[in-house]
Design a protein around this ligand. Structure first.
Ligand SMILES: Nc1ncnc2c1ncn2[C@@H]1O[C@H](COP(=O)(O)OP(=O)(O)OP(=O)(O)O)[C@@H](O)[C@H]1O
Length: 419
């Protein structure tokens, strides 16, 4: 219904329900096919081909003319025979109907034009002698092409059985849209009306599918009908559908990848944040016991940018540092920590609380993002294990002293060797 209009010859507005035979299948209604032949728009009616003169979409009428009629040649006669009975009397969406228009002063109707052949001359006002048209005078009903024994007449109105004159038979009929006053006029007027053509009406009103409709097809109102019309629609719009699917997947790729990256970053940050939260919560709850908190820049400063490395333990490297007071410290950088900061928490929670002459003192700590450090008193003689597990011959401690230290030592090995 929404296809752009087609055109052929003088007819430029061929649109729904009409369609040209070459138009796309989804355009127009197949019941209203027109063909374009030698630049003339043709309507096929029964076995005849009629030239379309005009299509009026406001009053739903199409005007056609018989190709045999030439408006300048009075002797031209219709090529095809057609009568009112060929058209529906009802408002039928699939059939054209004859029509009658009545204006305030005049009524126009699609009138049957009946061509008679009679064996005797007829004296009736309804029977018009066509020979008057091209001879200028009556030749008693004979036309130039007719044998003298037969008399030709034309009657422009609906013909009942009682209208038949003796010895007359119908040769052929055609239609012309004309007013009533033309019906009783001369053959010239009747010929003019035939050259104007006849109007037929189509009916869009009352066209209801009652189910799933697609283009001019109607499908039953059930699931199968729905899918049939859906697939037909997809078939007709396949380029648009392919475009939308393509856009969908392209969009997914373009937007999906950054979205995935953003999601991963978010998840990662959440994990780290929860770890930091664990530590911060612990520090808040234990603030009465725990030692000084240093910033990471403090740590860098006190270790002169991690210049002097003392050793490497299970959790990271230990560097020598100096506090502002001049006091030496050992700074343990917790690098290989477990994910939720438990190692840091347990170290601070245990060592931070212990104040014993034999246990190395935790002076402070640093928590800044993923950077964590523990600051201990510096033991100038190094780790106890250096003495306990030293190679044979280099033992500096007597057995008695080693035993004494062992008794005093806690589960941790940070015990002052200076004692
Ligand atoms: N307070 C300190 N004073 C001087 N040196 C230290 C101090 N703490 C650690 N060190 C040095 O750093 C090294 C590593 O210490 P760290 O405590 O990290 O390791 P560890 O005791 O061997 O193992 P773990 O990580 O399981 O405790 C020690 O061997 C020692 O030489």
């Amino acid at each position: 219904k929404y296809c752009s209009p087609s055109s052929c010859g003088n007819i430029h507005n061929i649109s729904y329900p009409f369609r040209l035979t070459d138009d796309p299948l989804n355009c127009g209604d197949p019941w209203y096919n027109l063909s374009c032949e030698s630049n003339l728009t043709v309507l096929h009616l029964y076995s005849g081909k009629y030239y379309v003169q005009a299509i009026n979409y406001n009053n739903f009428t199409i005007r056609v003319v018989d190709p045999g009629i030439d408006k300048n040649t009075c002797s031209s006669i219709p090529r095809y025979s057609l009568g009112p009975s060929n058209f529906s009397e009802f408002l039928d969406p699939y059939k054209l109907t004859t029509l009658m228009w009545c204006y305030p002063r005049v009524c126009l109707s699609t009138t049957p034009i009946v061509f008679f052949k009679c064996s005797n001359p007829v004296n009736s006002s309804m029977y018009v002698d066509p020979s008057t048209c091209y001879t200028g005078s009556s030749t008693n009903g004979t036309t130039l092409s007719q044998p003298k024994s037969r008399y030709g007449y034309v009657k422009a109105s609906t013909t009942k059985a009682s209208d038949f004159e003796d010895g007359c038979s119908i040769e052929w009929t055609t239609l012309a849209t004309m007013s009533y006053e033309y019906q009783n006029g001369s053959y010239q007027r009747i010929h003019e009306a035939m050259a104007y053509g006849f109007e037929l009406e189509w009916h869009e009103v009352g066209f209801s599918c009652g189910g799933w409709s697609f283009s001019s097809n109607c499908y039953p109102n059930n699931i199968i009908g729905f899918f049939k019309s859906l697939f037909e629609w997809i078939g007709a719009q396949r380029w648009a559908v392919l475009f939308v699917i393509g856009m969908f997947f392209t969009g997914r790729c373009i937007l999906g990848v950054p979205f995935l990256i953003a999601l991963m970053i978010y998840k990662c940050r959440r994990r780290h944040l929860s770890m930091y939260n664990n530590i911060e919560d612990f520090l808040q709850s234990e603030k009465n016991f725990i030692p000084i908190r240093y910033s990471y820049s403090n740590i860098k400063k006190m270790t002169s940018n991690f210049k002097d490395k003392l050793g490497e333990g299970g959790y990271g490297s230990v560097f020598k540092g100096t506090l502002r007071s001049g006091h030496f410290v050992a700074v343990k950088m917790l690098g290989k920590s477990n994910s939720n900061g438990q190692d840091f928490i347990s170290e601070v929670a245990t060592i931070g609380r212990i104040h014993h002459v034999n246990v190395v003192q935790l002076v402070g700590y640093c928590v800044e993002g993923s950077k964590r450090a523990l600051v201990y008193d510096f033991m100038p003689n190094g780790s106890l294990d250096k003495y306990i597990y030293s190679k044979e011959g280099s033992i500096l401690l007597s057995c008695k002293k080693t035993y004494k230290i062992s008794i005093w030592s806690s589960s941790r090995d940070r015990i002052s060797t200076s004692r």
